[in-house]
Design a protein around this ligand. Structure first.
Ligand code: ATP
Ligand code: MG
Length: 324
């Protein structure tokens, strides 16, 4: 099998040498949360699934995590068991009107250390109301300012559009993560998204950086492998080493209203999101994760097509790799 031959060669699922991401140290620096927008205007690529599951894995590693639902569909809230129609206040009330603060709206989830700032259909009216406002691109930046010190990581689940709400998310963010479904047309829209990111960097947020491109829905078909190869060709080192394989477990977790790390903690899918969380931390908190070069005896080498949990990460680092 190609996948097992790859793993014997020390190559990961993206065809590049797979480093080992060690267990994260506690967060060193205090200060404001790192804000990550999960963005792709294509629908159904795994933005919400990734927000929930990478958030839960980051919380397992001791990070204080806030999930911000920035999609009027409210799928993020539903995915952690908080249903949009039960909410009195949402991010909409924090951004529009100004009488409700983010602290008033935030709710704990079932995952210790992970909170939710929810949305519901009201948010679909926000774009129209914001259009005539001064500083319309910064409404979310203003809403998040009072709570940034209370978290280590804030993950923004964007809606599938490049409208004003997404512009607000990218303006408030330090980083953008792009989940890309490994399907034929998936790369087409990414050029447009990159264009939008470039405009945001020019006009409203010069500090915005690409955190990485995450291949999702990867399966064992030749087609998915080909698309994955093209993603790596197009984005090089910006592609995460971790990929998320296609599994029916994710739709099941949505019904259960809990992350995969709770629903099936020992599954390969949970391991993938834990590895992704370590890889994210290696990029946003340099020094908090030991990144070791591929080694034929390293636990990461046991992985096949999907990302596995690289073990507890006790092995001493041998070489610090440059990422990003
Ligand atoms: N790795 C996966 N394997 C199989 N199904 C998945 C996977 N990731 C997500 N899904 C399922 O695919 C659907 C779309 O995923 P998700 O809602 O995360 O995408 P999205 O990008 O947030 O979509 P939207 O653009 O509509 O907000 C959901 O039903 C989800 O359960
Ligand atoms: Mg979504």
């Amino acid at each position: 099998m190609a996948a097992s031959r790859r793993s014997r060669d020390g190559l990961g699922p993206t065809g590049r040498p797979l480093p080992h991401f060690g267990r994260p140290h506690p967060r060193q620096a205090g200060g404001p949360a790192e804000v990550i927008a999960l963005c792709n205007q294509k629908g159904g690529v795994g933005k919400t699934t990734t927000t929930i599951n990478v958030g839960a894995a980051l919380a397992e590693y001791g990070r204080r995590v806030l999930l911000l639902d920035f999609d009027p569909q409210g799928a993020l809230g539903a995915g952690v068991g908080i249903h949009p129609h039960t909410l009195e206040h949402t991010i909409y009330d924090v951004m529009i009107g100004g009488e409700v603060s983010a602290q008033d709206v935030i709710r704990p989830t079932s995952v210790p250390g992970m909170d939710l700032l929810p949305a519901n259909i009201d948010l679909s009216g926000a774009e129209l109301l914001l259009v005539s406002e001064v500083g319309r691109e910064q409404a979310l930046t203003r809403a998040l300012r009072p709570i940034r010190d209370a978290y280590d990581v804030i993950l923004i689940d964007c809606q599938p559009s490049l409208g004003l709400l997404t512009v607000n998310a990218l303006t408030a963010a330090d980083w953008v993560m792009i989940p890309v479904e490994c399907e034929y047309f998936s790369l087409r829209g990414v050029a447009l998204l990159q264009d939008t990111i470039g405009k945001i960097q020019d006009r409203t947020n010069p500090d915005l950086r690409l955190l990485g491109v995450l291949p999702t829905m990867v399966d064992r078909t030749v087609h998915a492998r080909e698309v994955l190869g093209r993603v790596v060709e197009a984005f090089g080192e910006q592609v995460f080493h971790t990929v998320v394989t296609r599994t029916v477990k994710f739709p099941e977790t949505t019904v259960a209203g809990v992350p995969i790390t709770t629903y099936a903690p020992d599954s390969a899918a949970a391991a993938a999101y834990r590895q992704l969380a370590r890889e994210v931390l290696a990029r946003i908190e340099p020094g908090s994760v030991a990144v070791t070069a591929p080694d034929h005896d390293a636990p990461g080498d046991a992985q096949h097509g999907a990302a596995g949990d690289g073990g507890a990460g006790e092995d001493p680092p041998t070489e610090q790799l440059a990422l990003g």
